[in-house]
Design a protein around this ligand. Structure first.
Ligand SMILES: NC(=O)c1ccc[n+]([C@@H]2O[C@H](COP(=O)([O-])OP(=O)(O)OC[C@H]3O[C@@H](n4cnc5c(N)ncnc54)[C@H](O)[C@@H]3O)[C@@H](O)[C@H]2O)c1
Ligand SMILES: [Fe+2]
Length: 439
């Protein structure tokens, strides 16, 4: 019985239960064609269809639009979503939603599109000053007052798992830091996960979003166990993300096996339908897992990297904009973090390395150094096979940037405190230093 595992032993003040939220999801080739039926079932008559400018003329948006039309559901398209959304892009989308008075929402896109749609639905349903719903302490952390309008989320990337989460992430331009809005109310009502969408994915997007998925699973497995989380709220106030738990462990384990077998194949060959389908499935599993367990250091550190990068662009992402894709910023901190967290739960690090395909027979499961090396080493192998930059220095960062990076990670205490140990400002500096170069 996994709840009896020593990691999950209850303490005097700990919460004795955990809560898992997720949408009703459909997984399978061609399921985008079901969008209209689901919309009608949910009582939708006039919906806002969110996408981005690249996907607007894609077969995926066409499939969903046709399905909605056939079902007699009127759809107004909003394609001004920013890739890696910002304060301004969330606010424009919210204005569009409020003015349109829609009775439902459909999103067709990656994490950027789905997150923007969640935020637009929220502000149109329960208007409020923009910062009020944003996570405390950066924003007001105000509770979402009630149910939102129904939302059908159709992911087109294989990584964020946003179709399953109550999380909407954006770059808060004022402080140049990523933050978000988190509530179970934001979880889409229905997710239509159609692996056919991956046929058009650029390889860099498969790589970045695939490593995002990998990190969601690794962070879920190694997060502070739920009975030991620092916020012991119970019942309806129990947070969305509560720390590692038996349910997220199971999903994260399966997701890592999928990533270990299929990520590199999916990146290298767009016609490898099996690999791309399996990555879509892994992303969904890892999304449900990390929504319940929470992310920690790799995500917390990544937000400083994406906020402070001076000049970087990757083919496959919109031109003319300095942008480190989210999944790339996340994976660049991974090996450094696993070497640091391994002493907290070495056997979980070895288990994760094994799921990802590492040969771990010689690794002593209670040896923290060997455990950290096993996982860091396997992640580095995958990064090299995928053509990921060799640490933060390949993005233009140097030793002189360490203080700024550590300061940039400071607003991320909400996720950082979900790490399996307490982290100081000096620890953050050490983690960034160790992430500069890996091979
Ligand atoms: N809400 C959550 O739970 C959650 C979790 C992880 C990440 N995120 C956020 O999601 C965002 C990243 O999302 P993402 O990695 O899915 O990428 P994305 O939505 O930013 O899209 C990246 C690029 O890929 C293109 N694209 C997407 N699908 C395509 C397809 N099928 N064919 C061709 N091109 C396609 C897009 O047009 C865009 O140019 C970040 O803002 C990140 O912070 C959110
Ligand atoms: Fe992520």
């Amino acid at each position: 019985m996994p709840c009896c595992h020593a990691d999950f032993a209850l303490t005097e003040n700990s919460d004795a239960a955990f809560t898992v939220g997720m949408p009703t999801f459909t997984f399978g080739a061609g399921c985008l064609a079901e969008a209209g039926e689901h919309a009608r079932e949910l009582g939708m008559k006039r919906v806002a269809l969110f996408t981005d400018a690249t996907l607007r003329h894609s077969p995926h948006v066409a499939a969903v639009s046709t399905s909605l039309r056939t079902a007699g559901v009127e759809a107004t398209v909003y394609d001004e979503v920013a890739v890696e959304p910002t304060t301004a892009s969330f606010q424009s989308a919210a204005r569009f939603a409020a003015e349109g008075r829609f009775d439902g929402y459909v999103s067709v896109g990656g994490g950027s599109v789905m997150d923007t749609c969640k935020a637009a639905n929220l502000y149109a349903s329960y208007p409020a000053e923009f910062m009020s719903y944003v996570n405390a302490p950066i924003g007001g952390g105000q509770k979402v007052p009630g149910a939102l309008k129904p939302h059908i989320a159709c992911p087109t990337t294989s990584g964020t798992g946003s179709e399953t989460t109550g999380i909407a992430i954006f770059n808060l331009t004022d402080i140049n830091a990523k933050t978000g809005i988190i509530s179970r109310r934001l979880i889409p009502t229905v997710a239509l996960i159609d692996p056919d969408v991956t046929a058009t994915l650029p390889r860099n997007v498969v790589a970045a979003s695939g490593f995002d998925c990998m990190s969601h699973a690794l962070e879920s497995l190694t997060a502070r166990p739920w009975p030991r989380r620092l916020n012991p709220a119970r019942g309806a106030t129990r947070p969305v993300s509560q720390g590692a738990n038996p349910f997220s462990d199971g999903l994260a384990t399966e997701a890592l096996k999928g990533v270990g077998r299929h990520l590199v194949r999916a990146i290298r060959d767009a016609s490898d339908v099996e690999a791309r389908t399996e990555m879509m499935y892994a992303a969904m599993l890892a999304g449900i897992a990390f929504n319940a367990a929470g992310c920690h250091l790799p995500h917390g550190l990544s937000y400083a990297v994406s906020g402070l990068v001076r000049d970087f662009h990757l083919e496959g992402y919109p031109a003319g904009k300095t942008l480190v894709p989210h999944g790339m910023a996340v994976v660049l901190n991974n090996p450094s973090v696993w070497r640091y967290t391994a002493p907290c739960c070495p056997e979980r690090h070895v288990h994760a390395a094994e799921c990802l395909g590492a040969k771990t027979r010689e690794v002593k499961p209670d040896d923290a150094r060997e455990a950290g090396e096993a996982l860091a080493g396997r992640v580095i192998e995958l990064m090299r096979s995928a053509g990921i930059p060799n640490g933060l220095s390949d993005l233009g960062f140097a030793a002189k940037d360490i203080d700024a990076l550590a300061a940039g990670a400071e607003p991320q205490w909400r996720v950082i405190r979900n790490a399996p140990k307490d982290v100081s400002r000096d620890d953050l500096k050490d983690l960034f230093s160790a992430a500069m170069r890996y091979w």
